[in-house]
Write a protein that binds this ligand. Structure first.
Ligand SMILES: O=C1C[C@@](O)(C(=O)O)C[C@@H](O)[C@@H]1O
Length: 295
């Protein structure tokens, strides 16, 4: 399940997230600035229309919560009135066992986040075991200082009885966001604009990567095929935005070197390579020339 991580400061943040072609949203209420009463209607709408994870991430684990623990627990208890599919609480926090008692039908994601690094494997396993004793789903997310750190975190997937979400944050851990999906991690987090963690990949980029690797959804029937199209369209839009960024950089270099924007020979090569997509690429080339002109 690919989950859009939403920093919920005000109702509009949730309204925008509901426009994304994602079936799952993580509502990060530790960011909340508006009164809860003002956000409540759209939170109810989100819980009715999407698979929703609610969480109020504490500061010690990279969250934006600035209040006290009593207030945080009260907010969690109120959020459970939304009947969310999941509630995510840090396994280490004193409130976790109490939330586990009152969670109702919501599944508890017992989580552990280390934004400072990635501990030795035995420590990671102890975190996963503690979380498995408390929650329905285990989540361990650390920061990779080097690529090898990610391998230790990924090894938690399948290491305990409960489903495990495990990957590493940061540039060195980026590959684990793909590998974890391939290894069967049940929930993966993507950004819908503002990332909620270092190394978090934009939804469209994630679609492109998983589709390219054959890890995109391939179910039966129209809904699954429509989801696959959403993923492919997202990947196409991501790569087109990337192409425009490269063209803007090219425009700056050409201007500095006194070179013309238009290069007919290069343009002919691109359109020849486009084959059956020549008409589409004629428009793409026009867009890319336009951004070079104003670079
Ligand atoms: O735990 C996670 C994963 C995450 O930290 C990430 O790295 O994408 C983003 C958080 O919002 C979420 O609660």
């Amino acid at each position: 399940m690919i989950c859009g991580a939403v920093p919920v400061r005000r109702p509009r943040d949730v309204e925008r997230a509901l426009e994304a072609p994602l079936t799952c949203l993580e509502l990060r209420l530790d960011y909340l600035e508006a009164p809860l009463s003002e956000a409540w209607p759209v939170l109810e709408e989100a819980a009715a229309r999407r698979t929703v994870i609610v969480t109020v991430r504490r500061r010690e684990e990279g969250g934006h919560w600035r209040g006290g623990e009593e207030e945080r627990e009260a907010l969690y208890r109120k959020l459970l009135d939304l009947n969310p599919h999941y509630v995510d609480v840090e396994a280490e926090s004193p409130i976790a066992p109490r939330i586990a008692e009152v969670k109702g039908r919501a599944k508890l994601i017992a989580s552990r986040h280390d934004f400072g690094g990635t501990p030795p494997l035995e420590v990671l396993i102890s975190w996963a075991e503690k979380a498995a004793a408390l929650g329905d789903v285990v989540k361990v997310v650390t920061y990779a200082r080097e690529p090898a750190d990610g391998l230790r975190v990924l090894s938690l997937i399948g290491a305990v009885e409960k489903p495990v979400v495990a990957f590493a944050m940061g540039p060195a851990g980026a590959y684990t966001r793909i590998a974890a999906a391939a290894l069967g991690s049940p929930i993966m987090y993507v950004s819908l604009g503002e990332a909620t963690a270092p190394g978090q990949v934009a939804a469209d980029a994630y679609f492109a990567a998983l589709t390219a690797l054959g890890v995109a959804p391939a179910g039966e029937g129209l809904p699954s095929l429509r989801e696959a199209l959403d993923w492919i369209d997202g990947g196409i839009m991501y790569l087109l935005r990337k192409r425009l960024e490269v063209c803007r950089d090219m425009g700056k270099l050409k201007k500095a070197a006194g070179l013309p924007v238009y290069d007919d020979v290069r343009e002919a090569q691109v359109l020849k390579r486009a084959g059956d997509f020549k008409q589409i690429f004629e428009l793409v080339v026009q867009m890319c020339k336009a951004v070079q002109l104003v670079a």
